[in-house]
Design a protein around this ligand. Structure first.
Ligand SMILES: [Cu+2]
Length: 160
């Protein structure tokens, strides 16, 4: 019994180790505190490809933002997938979304004009033309309209 348990645990440990080896290439979104930390950050990058979900200012929408570039690095134009839900967790598939943002500490905006180019259905939207041109704190604000109501949601994140 004891021998079997040990072998099983060893096997699990081996599998877990193997998964960790593979993970960085798969673009999962669950590495908020891992992933990039052992990397050389001199070029500027984000520790994960998914930001913490945010509730809009007046509570109308909950928004997830996942970068299609993983990790997010500076000076590379890339796209994000946005997912919009109402306060009850129902996907909102008819939203109009505009985006603004930049680096408040440097008093400048995005170097590009990112915009939503495609409604992917099921509450997902394709945001294209995103580029961050320096390391530091970035702010991304989405103005979302649906069903005659508007609200804004702000993501704050660090590229370091
Ligand atoms: Cu700046």
């Amino acid at each position: 019994m004891r021998v079997c348990l040990s072998v099983c645990l060893l096997t699990l440990a081996y599998i877990a180790g193997a998964c960790n080896m593979v993970m960085p290439d798969q673009g999962g979104g669950m590495r908020m505190n891992g992933g990039g930390e052992e990397m050389d950050m001199s070029g500027g990058s984000m520790a994960a490809d998914e930001l913490d979900p945010q509730v809009s200012e007046n509570g109308l929408f909950t928004v997830r933002a996942v970068s299609r570039l993983d990790p997010v690095v500076i000076n590379e134009t890339h796209a994000w997938t946005l997912h919009v839900e109402d306060a009850d967790g129902n996907a909102i598939s008819d939203a109009e979304i505009s985006i603004d943002g930049g680096m408040p500490e440097h008093d400048h905006g995005f170097p590009t004009a990112p915009r939503v180019t495609e409604n992917l259905g099921g509450g997902d939207y394709l945001l294209e033309g995103v580029r961050f041109n320096m390391a530091g704190e970035w702010v991304m604000t989405l103005e979302i309209s649906s069903g005659g109501q508007s609200d804004s949601v702000t993501f704050v994140f660090e590229l370091n």
